[in-house]
Design a binder for this molecule. Structure first.
Ligand SMILES: Nc1ncnc2c1ncn2[C@@H]1O[C@H](COP(=O)(O)OP(=O)(O)OP(=O)(O)O)[C@@H](O)[C@H]1O
Ligand SMILES: [Mg+2]
Length: 435
């Protein structure tokens, strides 16, 4: 039974099945082979201990369904486990085995469901992408590891807590608890530190099962992201201008923008440096979704104008703001792209964007980015303060890696001045339609 393990996975299996280690963290790079191994371990335990329950959870139920259920477990079982030994119960995301065991999958994003899940006892609790959860949630889940079941030889199942994640900053509670074995609240050593084990993974550990292009993509990521997603290193974006930025909060999977949301574009000119255009849409609560980017160096303005029009299709764009260069704006105008001059004050622009990044009392920020905006997301990490500026002066960002950042500032300043009321309410603003 099972997949042909990589060397790293063999090591991981040793830890998972060790009698001493019952709190296990697999932290590391993207697609390094962590989740598949854990899935195999959960299935093995379900088969080994009749009547046992294993929980596989992450923060959001929709993500459980898309990644764990459809992505990992279904294909693993279909490939490696004899049909007839298990049944999928699609509606409640459960796998029922013929020996009475279950693997129960769920999200912890709904209080009622969480209460129901945590009302049960398990021998295995697996928390996928655990950085998205709280330490409190993990501690709560640990208390549910109390089911008593035996294998055919009468050995009692050892309860196991298993966490996996991609690294974040080193001050994240999971780094503190899972890597340094320190209690995140008190700062003292974890009482059960001896039971914890951690294995750090890199995407390079799974070379044999990944397309070469995938590794190339990871290698071309900006510094911090490359360290986290390829090498599996915990690195923070402290020193970054937008240190409030957090992939978990601000990055969303692309979705179709409702026609009733107002759309805005923002342009930063460049020739040697990239020319950037960003598209944003504002929902009815005033939240901005930056949903498309155009990022290209060494090209004539005419070509940029054509590309922007093509990308916009027949979307109604409320307003396009642009850097001040008069001749370039005139050229865009000639191509049917009228623009307003951007509000360029850098300090207010940075403040305005920082304000949007900070979550409000409802836990939601007022800016989001589609996960497809590679250049913009890369710049957010690499946009840092200029340390050479004297302390007496105002803090200013270093003028480097700032092309999409400039366009983004113009966009949020434009929205600030176009108060929500007028943005939706009056039709004074120029509306241009391209089809
Ligand atoms: N031993 C193996 N044999 C064949 N394919 C494998 C093996 N291990 C992993 N894979 C494949 O490699 C890919 C990544 O594996 P997996 O999802 O387990 O990575 P991960 O470390 O959990 O990644 P992420 O951090 O992105 O969640 C999957 O497509 C998986 O099927
Ligand atoms: Mg995974």
């Amino acid at each position: 039974m099972g997949i042909k393990l990589t060397e790293k996975q063999k090591k991981g299996w040793g830890i998972l099945s060790s009698r001493d280690k019952t709190r296990i963290l697999f932290d590391g790079g993207s697609r390094s082979g962590k989740t598949v191994l854990i899935a195999e371990f959960l299935v093995m335990r379900a088969l080994l201990y009749p009547g046992s329950r294993q929980l596989a959870a992450r923060r959001h139920r929709v993500h459980v369904k898309a990644s764990l259920w459809n992505g990992t477990f279904k294909s693993y079982l279909a490939s490696f486990i004899r049909t007839g030994l298990y049944k999928f119960s699609e509606s409640n995301l459960e796998i029922k085995f013929s020996n009475g065991s279950r693997i129960i999958m769920d999200g912890l994003d709904d209080a009622e469901r969480t209460e129901k899940i945590l009302g049960n006892e398990y021998i295995t609790v697996y928390l996928n992408e655990a950085t998205q959860l709280s330490w409190e949630a993990v501690q709560m889940a640990m208390t549910r590891l109390s089911q008593t079941v035996y294998d055919a030889k009468g050995h009692k199942a050892l309860p196991k807590l298993i966490l996996d994640c991609n690294p974040r900053g080193p001050r994240h509670w999971l780094h503190i608890a899972g890597v340094r074995n320190i209690e995140p609240e008190s700062g003292e050593s974890l009482r059960d530190a001896a039971k914890w084990a951690r294995l750090n993974w890199s995407a390079l550990d799974n070379l044999e099962n990944l397309p070469a292009e995938y590794i190339d993509t990871l290698k071309s990521l900006p510094d911090i992201m490359r360290d986290r997603m390829l090498n599996g290193i915990w690195r923070s974006n402290e020193g970054a201008v937008y240190n409030e930025f957090d992939e978990n909060i601000h990055v969303v999977e692309p979705f179709e923008i409702p026609g009733s949301w107002q759309k805005i574009r923002s342009i930063d000119f460049g020739y040697t440096n990239p020319f950037v255009c960003l598209w944003g849409a504002v929902d009815h609560d005033g939240r901005l979704y930056v949903y498309r980017e155009y990022y290209k160096a060494r090209e004539r303005t005419l070509v940029h104008a054509e590309s922007i029009k093509n990308l916009s299709g027949n979307e109604r764009i409320y307003r396009t703001c642009a850097d001040h260069d008069a001749s370039e704006r005139a050229e865009l105008e000639e191509q049917g792209l009228s623009t307003v001059a951007a509000k360029k004050d850098i300090v207010s622009g940075v403040q305005e964007l920082k304000k949007r990044l900070v979550p409000g009392s409802n836990g939601k920020p007022s800016i989001f980015f589609f996960s497809t905006l590679k250049n913009t997301l890369g710049e957010i990490y690499e946009y840092i303060w200029d340390d050479s500026a004297s302390k007496a002066m105002k803090e200013v960002p270093l003028k480097k890696n700032d092309h999409a950042m400039d366009a983004l500032r113009y966009m949020v300043m434009e929205l600030k001045d176009t108060a929500k009321k007028s943005f939706y309410g009056d039709s004074a603003g120029r509306v241009s339609r391209y089809s």
